[in-house]
Design a protein around this ligand. Structure first.
Ligand code: ADP
Ligand code: MG
Length: 293
């Protein structure tokens, strides 16, 4: 490989908003046959908004928002930020949280206004033997059926309601998936979210294969399992929870809009946060290699 051609490739990349860590990265793009895509913040905008608040009988909506908002205010998860924002808008300044704990890929726990809170996906609560009543369970099913995420809110051992949050696919994601396919890459959607939500989003952008309910610590293992099957894997992600998988992949591509650790773990940064840049990056790298073969 002539260094000059490689540098031209990386320079052209910078113009397109594609930052390539070093010329050696280009070589990895040659054999890639599979592209694993994180859902939240990568295929979707990650800008969650609260769509609905459901309270269990006897629970006050303002109190639910105040407590859930307060604890989520301590988390950086996009779901947490949406809930904290909605709570602040509706009930004003939020109280302090004590003993805050982030349970990766599940939710958060802590104490607010002397109440012991659990806020997160249903498994966070069921793992602690807290079950929702029929009404809240039905609201959860309905939300998930619509492709939305149900965040259950419990305190002092009882489910008090749920907050439904929704995300949107980026306007350019479907086109990006089509471009990746045209480059010969098979797309796979990888997410910690549940199967129903994952299928719904996948359907919207034209992805058939979905790997859902994957805990953050297992995302890297999912990539290495695909590698063991003989695939050469590109991973596109944005979150703290994607860093391990991005490092494990043969080619890691991070959204420039994402977390610093994701960017550090990757070979390529897509400055614009537009998934079409992933296809541009692979096309450009292959073209550059073509000129120097
Ligand atoms: P993704 O892979 O879609 O980026 P994560 O692995 O970060 O998602 O989280 C998986 C699921 O865990 C989320 O869809 C959500 O249901 C739940 N979750 C994680 N963190 C929180 C939080 N701070 N508040 C509420 N729910 C959360
Ligand atoms: Mg993400």
């Amino acid at each position: 490989a002539t260094p000059t051609a490689l540098l031209v490739g990386t320079g052209r990349g910078a113009q397109l908003g594609i930052l390539i860590k070093g010329p050696e990265v280009l070589e990895s793009t040659r054999k890639v046959d599979t592209v694993v895509l994180d859902k939240t913040g990568t295929v979707t905008t990650g800008r969650m908004t609260v769509a609905e608040v459901v309270t269990a009988p006897g629970t006050d909506r303002a109190q639910l928002l105040r407590l859930a908002g307060a604890i989520e205010d301590a988390s950086e998860h996009p779901i947490a930020q949406a809930i904290a924002r909605a709570a602040t808008e509706e009930v004003g300044p939020l109280p302090a949280v004590e003993a805050f704990q982030n349970v990766e890929g599940e939710g958060v726990t802590g104490v607010v206004d002397a109440h012991a809170l659990l806020v997160g996906r249903p498994s966070l609560l069921s793992d602690r033997s807290v079950a929702p009543d029929a009404e809240v369970a039905a609201a959860r099913e309905r939300a998930e059926g619509e492709g939305k995420t149900a965040v259950l809110v419990a305190w002092d051992g009882e489910v008090r309601g749920l907050v439904v949050v929704a995300d949107r696919v980026k306007a350019t994601s479907a086109e990006a998936i089509a471009q990746l396919r045209a480059l010969g890459l098979a797309p796979i959607l990888l997410t910690g979210d549940n199967e129903t939500v994952a299928r719904r989003i996948a359907g919207e952008v034209g992805i058939e294969r979905v790997i859902s309910e994957v805990m953050p610590a297992d995302k890297a293992a999912t990539v290495s399992a695909l590698q063991s099957e003989g695939h050469v894997v590109a991973m596109v992600g944005d979150g703290v929870n994607d860093a391990g998988a991005l490092a494990q992949a043969d080619l890691g591509l991070a959204m420039g809009t994402g977390a610093d650790v994701a960017i550090e773990a990757s070979d390529i940064t897509l400055v614009r946060g537009d998934l079409r840049s992933a296809a541009d990056a692979i096309r450009l790298s292959r073209k550059t290699l073509g000129t120097i073969k």
